[in-house]
Design a protein around this ligand. Structure first.
Ligand SMILES: Cc1ncc(COP(=O)(O)O)c(C=O)c1O
Length: 339
């Protein structure tokens, strides 16, 4: 990637002249089956721009899962920056929202001055906070059909859509066929240093380009970043399947450790949530610190829950090393408790 970045052909992307950016955007549009693409600096900006482009009018409403990234981790940007009202629907453990609940949340357009106008539904695939669960093509199509029936748009936060595609064995373009836009991250499992690409119709991308400039995301010679992303698309998509295998090995190994529990059946991609059954002995923060000392980085979600993510630079050997470090930490905590 570094040598591709050094060799990248670049020009001014604010003026639309960067050839490497054009190549990446066209490639992502082709993979996702959409008309056009736009490079943006982050997944957060990709989602914000998409929501604003679809909702258009301040005071419009977006329906989204109560556990989704846009709602939980993006600083409420759709409301604070976009002026869009979020209406949440409960996320099930598998990342879906019940279709009946989504339909019930759509405002009656005849509500006059009392209601905001619903304009958009957002899905997340894979669903990060639900443990990297995949939304199936059947489910996505049903939500798309519901959106069309009510004259709404459908956006997919597809930060990890390639993981979903590989795990489900469904090509990306088929998986997102029902969506009007998708935001795809390049810097997660795909391993590029920076950026996301949003895709949709030509009209959507033109609105998105203006919003990107407004939000300060218009950048000049971005070909250096897009060159790395093109390598990620060429070389790293095929590595995701092995990431999923390593995640399953880790999940199964963790379930052999007394006091640690993982819902192994729910590990469909590269994210694992580890539950500590008796966190009074070894809390999540203590375990995180212990693992960090062994060169392993994880994120505690609360006092008894830790998130672990696998990527292609983590080897099977690293997975076994992690298991052995966790086993030792648990043993150490048990011994301290006996003393
Ligand atoms: C599902 C999902 N969407 C969006 C984002 C935002 O991406 P970024 O960190 O590039 O803003 C993330 C980041 O972790 C994510 O997991």
């Amino acid at each position: 990637m570094q040598s591709a970045m050094a060799r990248a052909e670049v020009d001014d992307d604010v003026l639309g002249h960067d050839p490497t950016a054009r190549k990446l955007e066209q490639e992502m549009a082709k993979i996702t089956g959409k008309e056009a693409g736009l490079f943006v600096p982050s997944g957060t900006m990709g989602n914000l721009i998409s929501v604003m482009a679809h909702c258009e009018v301040r005071g419009s409403e977006v329906i989204l899962g109560d556990n989704c990234h846009i709602h939980i981790y993006e600083n409420g940007g759709v409301a604070t920056v976009g002026g869009i009202h979020p209406r949440t629907v409960r996320n099930n453990e598998d990342g879906t929202m019940d279709i009946d609940d989504v339909e019930a949340a759509i405002r009656d357009p005849k509500g006059g001055m009392f209601y905001p106008r619903t304009r958009l539904i957002c899905l997340e695939n894979t669903h990060a906070n639900c443990g990297g669960r995949c939304l199936t093509v059947e489910y996505t199509d049903r939500v798309g059909e519901l959106a069309r029936r009510h004259g709404l748009k459908l956006h997919i936060d597809g930060a990890r859509i390639f993981n979903a595609s590989i795990a489900l064995g469904v090509p990306v373009d088929r998986l997102v066929h029902a969506a009007d836009s998708v935001s795809v991250c390049l810097s997660k499992g795909l391993g590029a240093p920076v950026g996301s690409v949003i895709v949709g119709s030509h009209r959507f991308i033109e609105k998105a380009r203006t919003l990107r400039k407004t939000l300060g995301g218009g950048m000049r010679q971005i070909g250096v970043l897009c060159a790395a992303a093109l390598i990620a698309l060429q070389e790293n998509v095929s590595k995701l399947e092995y990431d999923h295998k390593k995640a399953k090995i880790l999940a199964q190994g963790l379930n052999q450790i007394k006091g640690i529990r993982v819902n192994a059946a729910a590990v469909e991609t590269n994210i694992i949530f580890l539950e500590m059954e008796d966190s009074s002995r070894l809390g999540a923060e203590k375990l995180r610190k212990n693992l960090e000392e062994n060169g392993i980085l994880v994120i505690p979600v609360n006092s008894s829950r830790i998130r672990i993510v696998i990527h292609h630079q983590i080897s099977a050997g690293d997975v076994y090393h992690t298991l052995s470090c966790i086993q030792q930490a648990v043993n150490g905590a048990q011994e301290a408790n006996v003393d």
